[in-house]
Design a protein around this ligand. Structure first.
Ligand SMILES: [Zn+2]
Length: 335
């Protein structure tokens, strides 16, 4: 099965528009940096220092980093609302140019966005890298030691799941690591970055509250999923994963499940063997559709999730809260 990011370039934020223009400019200029020196020369808005240039690999992390940086960071998200599967994305020369001049790089890590780790190492070798799967900030001295060998997607050191933005603990760890790196890069703005980190904690309250409510109200509840994307969150919620193991392995490896595995999944749903089906709407193919149809026929609630930030959603919190609200409703949890 292949993840398809269905809709591209709609509802762009101002930042995304600026970046799109920047990418267009960067092509004829070769490796010209998008964030010019002119921009870095003067403090902007509420920031007491020139903004730090930050490059984020994928949009799942982009909004969080933008919120942490505020007026003291110029954040470029390389893979924002693209019609590509982040799992096997091939970077373009324009993507490489985005890393030019980066002072801080934020990536998901593992094989998910290995291209970004490589571009950072070659194009911005002095920039520290915050890696979500590492949950720690990685200094420049560690460049070159981050090779994870020949693991498949889904077989990272950190565990079996690369979708770290669905792990609430990883979200907090990344926020802390980004804050720490920004403080180091712009010590005169340390107080500002502390304020932004506190503001993010406040912004995340609806997300944290929903997680707490579902945890409290959905003990013993079960789910199955067409893809592994949401599994870290489901674990944090205390839900039990009843996805047939054969199907789960095939899904994690982005291969087609065997007819027997698919059959096991269909029967599980027909028997109402789970409380909810988690369905990644960014997956194409007949297999997920058959599974969804089986759930609907059996009356098992279907909760839609996405791999990347859906078009028209302006923040990480909105995105996650919408999904968690739908899940709470499907599980009969009062929020
Ligand atoms: Zn995925």
């Amino acid at each position: 099965m292949k993840t398809v990011i269905v809709i591209a370039m709609l509802q762009q934020s101002g930042t995304a528009r600026a970046l799109a223009a920047c990418a267009v400019l960067a092509v004829p200029l070769g490796l010209a940096a998008c964030s010019g020196d002119a921009e870095r020369a003067a403090p902007q808005g509420a920031c007491p220092v020139p903004p730090v240039d930050v490059v984020v690999s994928v949009d799942q992390w982009g909004d969080l980093v933008s919120q942490l940086g505020g007026d003291c960071a110029h954040v470029t998200t390389v893979l924002a609302s693209s019609a590509v599967d982040p799992h096997d994305y091939e970077p373009t020369p324009a993507d490489a140019a985005e890393f030019q001049g980066a002072q801080l790089v934020v990536i998901n890590g593992g094989h998910y966005d290995e291209w970004a780790a490589k571009l950072a190492a070659s194009t911005a070798p002095d920039a520290p890298v915050v890696e979500a799967l590492g949950t720690e900030a990685h200094g420049t001295e560690e460049h070159g030691t981050e090779e994870h060998g020949d693991h498949d997607h889904g077989d990272h050191d950190h565990g079996t799941n690369p979708h770290a933005w669905y792990d609430p603990a990883a979200v907090r760890a990344v926020a802390d690591a980004v804050r720490d790196r920004l403080r180091t890069l712009a010590p005169d703005a340390a107080g500002y970055f502390d304020e932004r980190r506190s503001a993010l904690t406040t912004a995340l309250e609806p997300y944290d509250d929903l997680i707490e409510s579902i945890r409290a109200g959905a003990a013993q509840k079960t789910y199955a999923a067409t893809e592994t994307v949401f599994d870290d969150m489901a674990a944090a919620l205390g839900l039990t994963n009843r996805t047939p193991p054969g199907y789960q392995v095939a899904s994690a490896n982005e291969s087609e499940p065997s007819p027997a595995d698919l059959d096991a999944f269909i029967r599980l749903l027909g028997d109402r063997g789970v409380d909810v089906l988690i369905y990644n709407v960014q997956t194409e193919g007949s297999v997920p559709q058959q599974i969804r149809a089986a759930a609907e026929q059996a009356g098992v609630p279907v909760v839609e999730v996405t791999e990347t930030v859906p078009p028209g959603t302006d923040s990480f919190v909105t995105w996650q809260v919408d999904q968690l609200t739908a899940l709470a409703e499907a599980l009969g949890v009062r929020t």
